[in-house]
Structure formats: structure tokens, C-alpha cells
Design a binder for this molecule. Structure first.
Ligand SMILES: [Zn+2]
Length: 128
């Protein structure tokens, strides 16, 4: 079994391939190659934050927008976590979206209904 030669990255001395430490300068040569993949976070807490914001948004509509944004970000980051909390992220998006849609509808109704009432009142007023 022939041993290939390699060179120390520190002092450039020739060393055997299976050498762990350079015999000349003592620098570790067989440094383990770490996985380049980014270390995953344990829990995607942002998903829970988004979910809570979505729930708060049911009572205070403006939280829904924050809930929606946070939940979408959390959903996109899901793959970076061991515990992605994907269900919370999806629930946060769905709840926020529903509340926002209902909020927009009720806001529009709040603008349109008085106008309709005013028109009807005007018509009846003119009729009398
Ligand atoms: Zn060396």
C-alpha cells in the first residue's frame, strides 16, 4: 500500500497523506471537512409568532397584515429548521388572509352602506 504524498498547508513540507499533524510544524493537516450546508435552527419560532399575530388579528384587524407577512416569511424559511412548524405558518397565512378579506369587505360595506342609505333617504326625502 503506497502512501501518496501531500503538502502541509502551513509550511509546505511534504507529508504523508494519512498524517494528522504535520511533523515539521505541528499544524493539524487532516482537518475534517465540514458539511457546507447551513446549520439548521431547531424550531421555526417565526411560524408561531405569525400564527399568534393571525389570531390577534381576528380581534384587531391590523395585526392580520403583520401576521400574514410574518407567516409567509416563516413558511419560506421552513426548510431551514429541524422543526419547521409548517402547520402554524400555513394556519397563520390562512387565518390572516381570511381576516384581511373579511376586513376589507366590512370596510367597503362600511363605506358603501352609508352611501346607499343616503341615496335611499334622499330618494324618499324627495318623494315626500
Ligand atoms: Zn507543516
Amino acid at each position: 500500500m503506497s502512501k501518496k504524498k501531500k503538502y502541509c498547508t502551513n509550511c509546505s513540507n511534504e507529508i504523508s497523506e494519512d498524517a494528522v499533524v504535520c511533523p515539521s510544524c505541528g499544524v493539524k493537516v487532516g482537518a475534517p471537512v465540514y458539511n457546507v450546508k447551513v446549520v439548521k435552527g431547531t424550531s421555526n419560532d417565526l411560524a408561531i409568532v405569525g400564527f399568534v399575530l393571525a389570531l390577534v388579528g381576528i380581534f384587531m384587524c391590523f395585526f392580520s397584515l403583520a401576521g400574514l407577512i410574518v407567516s409567509i416569511i416563516a413558511y419560506k424559511n421552513c426548510n431551514d429548521y429541524v422543526n419547521p412548524n409548517k402547520g402554524f405558518a400555513i394556519a397563520g397565512i390562512v387565518i390572516s388572509a381570511i381576516v384581511l378579506v373579511l376586513g376589507v369587505i366590512s370596510a367597503l360595506a362600511g363605506i358603501i352602506l352609508p352611501i346607499i342609505v343616503a341615496i335611499i333617504a334622499t330618494i324618499f326625502g324627495l318623494a315626500m
